[in-house]
Design a protein around this ligand. Structure first.
Ligand code: ADP
Ligand code: ADP
Length: 233
């Protein structure tokens, strides 16, 4: 089943002589359940592609089918709805709310789903238990290590049970041992059928994915290459 289908997607920032072609007619299909890494040099269009895939931004041209629905023409409000229902986000800097506990942070996405408080708390607790933080429900982010904060962020991303997990440099702020722990969690989610798309600069992290998609100059360069091959290309 095609979960993500970009059809000749272009993204142009600005206008006239100063415009930047961040994506140039990118066509890309990602099947439900795939685990993909996106790599490429700085400025190659990775963030722009993630913003489009994550329904945070719309393409200038082309179509984007998410679970068969063309979201390229959606309004901002419709995109927000799609995001809340279907997509979980994980970022390099965790982006947890510092004044809230782990449990409260994970409860937040469920507020949009309109669930009663007790049910929100039950689901958030379950999500935190699944990332091994059942004993840290009442801790605020500053009371947690970087790896624990990222696990809270993963629980928050998954608490709505989205089909798609988008991760932008999820291990960029972590040491290598903690990074491997986070990658173990991703492997578990993948085994459970979650589709994962992750941007990373780190070959050892990218190798954990089943597929590496390379960007260069706003285009998908080539697939199924190993990181070491492209570094020397
Ligand atoms: P990457 O994530 O691979 O570093 P980006 O998608 O951030 O690449 O950027 C692709 C190109 O688009 C770059 O030339 C960048 O400077 C440009 N760009 C990205 N976002 C904007 C923006 N909001 N306004 C203008 N140019 C942008
Ligand atoms: P990354 O580390 O993911 O490559 P960047 O540092 O390229 O991220 O970009 C960070 C943010 O700044 C992104 O949201 C991107 O859209 C925006 N951005 C990047 N380049 C430009 C630019 N030339 N003008 C305006 N915004 C930009």
């Amino acid at each position: 089943v095609k979960l993500i289908q970009l059809e000749q997607v272009s993204k142009i920032y600005g206008q006239g002589d100063n415009c930047v072609h961040a994506l140039r007619e990118v066509s890309l299909t990602i099947q439900g359940g795939e685990y993909c890494a996106i790599m490429g040099t700085s400025g190659s269009g990775k963030s722009t592609a993630m913003n489009v895939i994550g329904c945070l931004d719309r393409p200038t041209n082309g179509n984007y089918y998410l679970q068969g629905e063309n979201v390229a023409g959606c309004t901002a409000a419709q995109l927000a709805h799609v995001r809340n229902r279907q997509i979980g986000f994980v970022f390099q800097q965790f982006h947890l709310l510092p004044q809230l506990t782990a449990l409260e942070n994970v409860t937040l996405p469920l507020v949009y789903a309109g669930l009663p408080t007790r049910e929100r708390q039950r689901r958030a607790r379950l999500a935190l238990e699944q990332v091994g933080l059942g004993h840290r429900l009442g801790n605020k982010p500053t009371q947690l290590s970087g790896g624990q904060q990222q696990r809270v962020a993963i629980a928050r991303a998954m608490v709505n049970q989205p089909a798609l997990l988008l991760a932008d440099e999820p291990t960029g702020a972590l040491d290598s041992r903690t990074s491997q722990e986070v990658m173990e969690l991703f492997a578990q989610l993948h085994q459970q059928g979650v589709t994962i798309v992750m941007v990373t600069h780190e070959p050892d992290i990218a190798r954990r994915a089943e597929r590496i998609i390379w960007f260069r100059d706003g285009q998908v360069l080539q697939e199924h290459l190993r990181p070491e091959d492209v570094q020397h290309a």
